[in-house]
Design a protein around this ligand. Structure first.
Ligand SMILES: [Ca+2]
Length: 80
């Protein structure tokens, strides 16, 4: 986990509590960068393990881009 994600995680959790979980992508993508980080996903999917996230992060950059999100959704590991 990078220093940035450690700082963002508590903010993401607090923000997600204020909106319906899984309502829309914006509810997951807290920082609006178009990608899902592990803290962002885990905030709305507490059952998501770091191993699951790593499996979805095929490029290994620590973020799920649109292609990785689409693949995870198709595999049933992410909400549609
Ligand atoms: Ca990635």
């Amino acid at each position: 986990m990078t220093r940035t994600t450690k700082l963002i995680a508590p903010l993401a959790i607090l923000t997600v509590l204020a909106v319906p979980a899984l309502a829309q992508d914006a509810a997951i993508d807290i920082n609006g960068d178009g990608m899902y980080s592990f803290p962002e996903l885990q905030a709305v999917m507490p059952e998501m393990s770091e191993d699951d996230f790593t499996a979805l992060d095929t490029s290994g950059d620590g973020l799920l881009d649109a292609d990785e999100i689409a693949a995870g959704t198709a595999a049933g590991m992410l909400p549609a």
